[in-house]
Design a protein. Structure first.
Length: 594
């Protein structure tokens, strides 16, 4: 194109001819894109949108789509660039923007200050905290032209610590709650499930700085409440899993999960007291007799044994590497190996054990490694059916879940290794820390995963759907402005919920059948079809595609809803459309739309 333009200019074709041909082309394209829709922003018109309009797609095809990644790809939300790396297409980006607005709102409500730290980092600070040496293969590293090592930040504790260390001089400048929303990089061994486990992803990460431990615990509480508000507003059922390590003075953390059968995490929960925890950290008790394991610390480079201890877990349970590592932190360059212990090994280990994790006498050695679990401490991976250790009367049940957020109280971690101190009440202390993450691109796909099914197709929580509604005019766009204006009148919880939230399928070059099929594929919560009934009697067919967790009323404003193949329909006269949608949305989802 540029070449042609240069030729035009070089050969004396006038600027006039060039500009006239452009104007004609632009006018033609606008004519094709309907001139009756002046009130509808171009960004809300499907004719302007990059969508994979595959005309060969048959209606029945949605049933054969198995995964949410397939559905999102097919409907044009995401586009795979390479393994674990995706483009968020315009519709997905709209949904992301909505999630980000909710999160910004809540982070700023607790004093969060938004900044943007660089993605491209030097390893200096990572060497100080030891993470350059220990993070391993998940870290994306590269070299600049001078052959100096660099990395793509998967998280920013080091960077933010360096900033605060340089800029803050007095205890009066704390507390600080700094956050950002940026792309992060992690070289996953097995990227899978679209945005759920990618190598490049979008994350909100907040870092808190407090003078005292009490203040840091208060920050943790404030952030937990802010996170609950975020997930309440996003509108997908979630669980908050206790990830308390149980060590006095140790770290405190909680995970936020969307509960769904496809999740790769397991949350164990007690119905009696409300305790919930990730399986790897959960505490459950079991009276079955124990089995012994040898926990061996090995030097990764030489392969030689550094230390060995004996741990005992209830029979039928696995030892938890996580719990053992928490009690027995590894030095950089060391790794932990766990293996069942036979009688001889158990005897030998008991003989030269360093600081045993269990009392060797209580094991009843040397006769047998089998012991009562009651002396074994909590070194096992808890299971469904274990007794709850918090209330003692409940039994743990297991639920699959997708982790979408994680909050930590870190104590002086990072402050100590990077020497971030504060002078307070005559003494110098390490600054108290917390960090708080939400995987935003993961929330996007996880929300779709929880609301959709391969039978019903793609569904979105109302608060984050790219558009709350689509208008599909089947015979010309001349009536669209009328309907568009009616939607502008709908107020739910004091908010005009359809403002900048309605798409219009003005692709008149596509058949009605194809556009109706697309509406199903895109899965916007409401589709307003202007078909024959509209031409004859101003009757709009309202199709509802709502998450299965929303309980729908049988009728709204006296107008009945009928259920056909997982989808609800209603036929509503244009004059009553605003009233109907107002009642429906207020009933179905009062909290998530504002
Ligand atoms: Zn309980």
């Amino acid at each position: 194109m540029l070449q042609t333009l240069r030729q035009h200019l070089r050969h004396g074709y006038g600027r006039h001819i060039w500009s006239r041909s452009l104007t004609t082309a632009a006018a033609a394209s606008i004519t094709q894109r309907s001139s009756t829709l002046a009130e509808v922003p171009q960004s809300s018109r499907l004719s302007w949108m990059l969508l994979p309009t595959k005309k060969s797609t048959k209606r029945g095809d949605t049933c054969s789509v198995a995964t949410t990644t397939d559905m999102l790809t097919k409907a044009g939300y995401i586009h795979q660039s390479s393994a674990g790396i995706y483009t968020l297409m315009p519709l997905a980006q709209r949904a992301m923007d909505k999630i980000e607005r909710i999160i910004d709102d809540e982070m700023q409500s607790v004093g969060g200050q938004k900044l943007a730290m660089p993605t491209l980092l030097t390893p200096d600070n990572w060497i100080k905290t030891g993470r350059w040496q220990t993070t391993g293969d998940e870290l994306f590293t590269l070299h600049d032209r001078k052959q100096s090592a660099m990395l793509l930040g998967p998280t920013h504790e080091e960077e933010v610590t360096a900033i605060v260390k340089t800029m803050v001089r007095s205890f009066r400048e704390y507390p600080l709650r700094l956050y950002q929303t940026t792309r992060k990089f992690r070289d996953e061994a097995r990227p899978r499930a679209g945005l759920l486990r990618g190598r490049e992803f979008v994350m909100k990460d907040m870092y808190s700085f407090d003078v005292t431990r009490d203040q840091a615990i208060e920050t943790f509480g404030a952030l937990e409440r802010a996170y609950r508000r975020c997930f309440d507003r996003i509108g997908v059922p979630y669980a908050v899993a206790d990830a308390d390590s149980g060590n006095i003075g140790g770290s405190l953390s909680k995970e936020f999960h969307f509960v769904h059968g496809s999740g790769e995490d397991t949350v164990l929960a007690c119905q009696s007291c409300g305790y919930a925890a990730n399986e790897e950290r959960a505490r459950g008790s079991c009276s079955a007799h124990g089995a012994a394991y040898l926990a061996t610390v090995v030097d990764a480079a030489s392969g030689s044994r550094v230390a060995q201890r004996l741990v005992v877990v209830p029979a039928g349970h696995e030892p938890s590497a996580l719990k053992i590592r928490q009690a027995w932190p590894l030095e950089p360059g060391h790794r932990l190996e766990l293996a069942p212990a036979n009688v001889q090994e158990t005897q030998r280990a008991a003989a030269d054990m360093l600081e045993p994790l269990v009392d060797a006498c209580a094991l009843g050695l040397p006769e047998s490694p089998s012991v009562s679990a009651s002396v074994a401490g909590d070194w096992h991976v808890a299971q469904a059916g274990d007794s709850c250790t918090r209330c003692a009367s409940g039994v743990l049940t297991a639920q699959r879940a997708i982790e979408v957020g994680h909050i930590f109280y870190l104590g002086d971690k990072y402050s100590r290794s990077m020497d971030l101190t504060v002078l307070h009440q005559g003494a110098r202390h390490y600054v108290q820390r917390g960090c708080f993450g939400i995987g935003i691109s993961r929330v996007l796909q996880a929300a779709a995963e929880c609301c959709s099914s391969s039978d019903a197709g793609l569904r979105w929580p109302l608060a984050i759907a790219p558009f709350l509604a689509a208008i599909v005019p089947l015979a010309g766009t001349s009536h669209v402005p009328q309907v568009y204006k009616k939607l502008a009148q709908v107020v739910v919880g004091g908010k005009c919920v359809f403002e900048n939230n309605v798409a219009v399928d003005d692709r008149e070059y596509l058949s009605p059948g194809f556009r109706l099929h697309d509406a199903q594929l895109l899965g916007f919560p409401l589709t307003l079809v202007l078909g024959r009934a509209f031409a004859a009697a101003s009757e709009v067919e309202v199709q509802l595609r709502l998450p299965p967790t929303l309980s729908l009323p049988r009728a709204a404003a006296g107008i009945e809803l009928t259920c056909i193949d997982d989808e609800y329909r209603a036929h509503v006269h244009l004059d009553r459309l605003a009233e109907f949608l107002g009642c429906l949305l207020a009933d179905a989802c009062p909290q998530t739309l504002h």
